[in-house]
Design a protein around this ligand. Structure first.
Ligand SMILES: NC(=O)c1ccc[n+]([C@@H]2O[C@H](COP(=O)([O-])OP(=O)(O)OC[C@H]3O[C@@H](n4cnc5c(N)ncnc54)[C@H](OP(=O)(O)O)[C@@H]3O)[C@@H](O)[C@H]2O)c1
Length: 329
C-alpha cells in the first residue's frame, strides 16, 4: 500500500535550513511543503530554490498551515524553545536543531509539551543516524578493540565571524560548547555511557561565551573521554577510541558521513566505507518520518532520555566554564 508522504515545514532560511532542504529531496517518504522566515523575500528566495515549497513571511503563518505534519526548527539556539513550542502548540511534530533548547530546563519544557500533545519531538543530532557512527558503536560492543580505555574527540575550526554572529553572540546563546562541543559530548555518551566525573576549562570572549573549551569525562575503571571544541584554530576534527586490542579512528570531520578505520598492534587494518544517499541529513529525516508514520512520539535512536542526559553534561560543563546566558539560565 502506498503511504502519504510526510510534509515538512522549515522555520528559518539560514545555512543549515538549506542543507536540510537539500537532504529532503532524497527522502522517499517526505517532501518539503513550506518554509517560514521573518522576511518574506528570504522565504520566497528559499522556496524558488526548493520549488514548489510555499513561502511564508512569518513563523506563525507557517505553523498555521494545516497541511504541514512536521516542523524543522533551524534558528539560532536562543530561539529553539520558543520556535519548537510554537510548532507543538499548533499540533505539529518537531525536529529541532541542536541543541534542543539551551539547557536541561528548556529541553524538559519541550518534552513535557510533546508528551501533553502526544506529538513527535527530536533533537536534530544528525550524526547519531550516520552509518559510520553506528558502525563504531557496533565494533566497540562486539569487542573488536577489547576493553575500551580512552577516547579523544575534537571539533575545532577558525570562525572568522564577527561578535554579532551566532557563534559568538551571547544573546543567541553562542559559544563552542552548545554549537560544536555538543557533538563531542554526544559521542562520549553514545559510546561510553553515563559519566562518573566531569572536568572542564574554557577561554571566554569579552562577551562571555566560550571560544575554546576543553572537557574530560571520567568513567568507571578510569576510562576517559578527552575532548575540545574551539572557534580559534583549524585543527583536525577527528575521533579515536583506544582499546586493549586495537584502535578505531573516525577521520577528519568525524561527525559527518565518512570512513571508519580499525587498527591492530600487529599493523593489520580494516577499513569500513559507507554509502549515503545525499548529504547525510536524510538519515535523521528518514528516522523522523518513519517514527511519525507509526505514531511514535520519540525515536529509540535519539530519545528524550538521551537528550536530557546530554543536557545534564552540557549544563555541568558550561557551569564549570562560567558560560552563562542570563535570559535562559
Ligand atoms: N546539524 C548541523 O550540522 C548544523 C550545522 C550548522 C548549524 N546547526 C544548527 O542550526 C541552527 C542554525 O544554524 P545556521 O548555521 O543555519 O544559522 P544561520 O545561517 O544564522 O541561520 C539561522 C536562521 O534563523 C533565523 N533567525 C531568526 N532569528 C534570528 C536572529 N536573531 N539572528 C539570526 N538568525 C535568526 C534566520 O532565518 P529567517 O531570517 O529566514 O527567519 C536565519 O537565517 C543552530 O541551532 C545551529 O547550531 C546545525
Amino acid at each position: 500500500m502506498e503511504h502519504k508522504k510526510i510534509k515538512w515545514g522549515i522555520i528559518g532560511t539560514g545555512r543549515i535550513a538549506k542543507v536540510f532542504a537539500t537532504a529532503l529531496q532524497v527522502v522517499e517518504n517526505s517532501e518539503l511543503h513550506a518554509v517560514g522566515s521573518r522576511n518574506i523575500e528570504s522565504a520566497r528566495q528559499f522556496s524558488s530554490t526548493f520549488n514548489p515549497a510555499k513561502a511564508y513571511g512569518s513563523y506563525e503563518e507557517l505553523v498555521n498551515d494545516p497541511e504541514i505534519d512536521v516542523v524543522y526548527v533551524a534558528t539560532p539556539h536562543n530561539l529553539h524553545l520558543e520556535n519548537a513550542l510554537l510548532a507543538l502548540d499548533h499540533n505539529k511534530h518537531v525536529l529541532c536543531e541542536k541543541p534542543m533548547g539551551v539547557n536541561l530546563k528548556e529541553a524538559t519544557i519541550l518534552i513535557e509539551k510533546a508528551k501533553e500533545k502526544n506529538l513527535f519531538l527530536m533533537e536534530a543530532l544528525w550524526s547519531r543516524f550516520l552509518p559510520n557512527i553506528i558502525k563504531t558503536k557496533e565494533l566497540i560492543d562486539a569487542g573488536e578493540i577489547g576493553d575500551v580505555k580512552l577516547m579523544t574527540v575534537f571539533f575545532s575550526f577558525k570562525s572568522n565571524n564577527g561578535p554579532e554572529h551566532r557563534h559568538f553572540n551571547p544573546d543567541l546563546c553562542g559559544g563552542t560548547i552548545l554549537d560544536i562541543g555538543i557533538y563531542n559530548i554526544f559521542l562520549a555518551l553514545y559510546l561510553f555511557g553515563k559519566p562518573q566525573q566531569i572536568s572542564a576549562i574554557a577561554g571566554l570572549s569579552e562577551q562571555g561565551v566560550d571560544t575554546t573549551s576543553s572537557y574530560t569525562i571520567k568513567y568507571k575503571d578510569d576510562k576517559l573521554a578527552v575532548m575540545y571544541s574551539s572557534f580559534q584554530a583549524n585543527s583536525p576534527v577527528v575521533a579515536e577510541i583506544h582499546g586493549t586490542k586495537g584502535k578505531i579512528s573516525l577521520e577528519d570531520r568525524w561527525f559527518c558521513p565518512g570512513r571508519v578505520r580499525l587498527n591492530y598492534p600487529d599493523e593489520t587494518e580494516k577499513i569500513f566505507d559507507f554509502e549515503v544517499k545525499g548529504n547525510g541529513y536524510e538519515c535523521e529525516a528518514e528516522e523522523v518520518a518513519n517514527c511519525i508514520r507509526v505514531g511514535k512520539t520519540q525515536s529509540d535512536l535519539w530519545s528524550w532520555y538521551n537528550n536530557l542526559e546530554l543536557f545534564t553534561v552540557m549544563d555541568a560543563i558550561r557551569n564549570e566554564c562560567g558560560v552563562v546566558y542570563p535570559a535562559h539560565d
